[in-house]
Design a protein around this ligand. Structure first.
Ligand SMILES: C[S@@+](CC[C@H](N)C(=O)[O-])C[C@H]1O[C@@H](n2cnc3c(N)ncnc32)[C@H](O)[C@@H]1O
Length: 273
């Protein structure tokens, strides 16, 4: 099965080992520009309540766009930091920040979400987006976020729950197989539904959850599906014919203007007491 122009989302767990970093960059860039994700970005910005913040941290910052956006909203003596486990991501975030003109200069560091190389009690806000689903111990990352927040600091996280993916496809059995396979391939594919529990367990107060079905578009969905489909074929779960047919049927729905797909996203907020 043809895999060109595709990304394997599992590679976000260890970006530096991935063969094709450009595809991962593209997935992040394009993934944030769909109409559904624009609404999520706006919700995240609202929930961060940056008005009174001076110091912000983005854990698993990827290409750094959210750090730059937060930096632009801080007072001139503010601090905006992004950390990521990947040297490749941090290098790209720094490259994209080279001509940043704002008063607060974003900074980036390589470190693990579960062992932040940062002192405790130093950030007013801490955000995490689409990171915990790639971690084998997401609770450790939430504990760390709480540790580095100042008392009364605010934590905000957004995670998809891959177990809630919906797709209007005529072949229901194969669709179930494919979507379950994708959800189970991520280290913590059901991150969304677990998020408020992780927050409460880490001692955060006033934990609130907002959910939203985030529609995707056909081009992006196909971009993220070809590699999992190839793995399903390689593992003998689907025949090559069935995999190709499944994708063709989806393409046909898209051509007829009938593509509908999406996944529930969970946005959770909490306050350090
Ligand atoms: C899907 S990307 C999301 C990036 C960014 N938050 C965004 O919304 O565009 C996941 C990011 O988490 C990072 N990551 C994966 N495991 C990590 C870990 N243990 N600690 C810190 N970052 C990690 C990856 O390198 C990647 O940049």
């Amino acid at each position: 099965m043809k895999q060109s122009s595709s990304v394997d989302l599992r590679e976000f767990a260890s970006v530096d080992q991935a063969a094709d970093h450009r595809s991962l960059f593209r997935a992040l860039d394009e993934g944030k520009t769909t109409p559904g994700m624009r609404l999520v970005q706006a919700d995240l910005t609202d929930e961060l309540r940056l008005g009174s913040a001076r110091s912000v941290l983005d854990i698993g910052c990827g290409l750094g766009g959210d750090v730059r956006e937060m930096a632009a909203r801080l007072p001139p003596d503010g601090t905006a930091v992004g950390i990521d486990a990947s040297h490749v991501m941090v290098a790209e975030a720094r490259r994209r920040t080279a001509d940043y003109q704002g008063a607060v200069r974003p900074s980036y560091a390589v470190c693990s979400a579960s062992a932040l190389a940062l002192p405790g009690n130093c950030f007013d806000r801490c955000r995490t987006q689409s990171v915990l689903l790639h971690l084998s111990n997401p609770q450790a990352a939430v504990w760390e976020a709480v540790r580095v927040l100042k008392p009364a600091g605010r934590a905000v996280a957004f995670e998809f729950d891959l177990g809630t993916a919906v797709l209007d496809h005529p072949d229901r059995p194969t669709t179930r197989t494919v979507l379950d396979y994708v959800a189970d391939a991520a280290p913590f594919g059901w991150a969304g539904r677990a998020l408020s529990r992780l927050y409460r367990k880490a001692g955060l107060a006033d934990v609130r959850t907002h959910t939203r079905l985030v529609p995707n578009d056909y081009a992006f969905f196909a971009f993220t599906m070809r590699r999992p489909l190839a793995r399903l074929v390689r593992d003998g779960v689907l025949s090559p014919h069935r995999a190709v047919e499944w994708l063709h049927m989806l393409e046909e729905r898209h051509r007829n203007g009938d593509y509908t797909g999406g996944t529930t996203g969970f946005l959770v907020t909490g306050v350090k007491s």
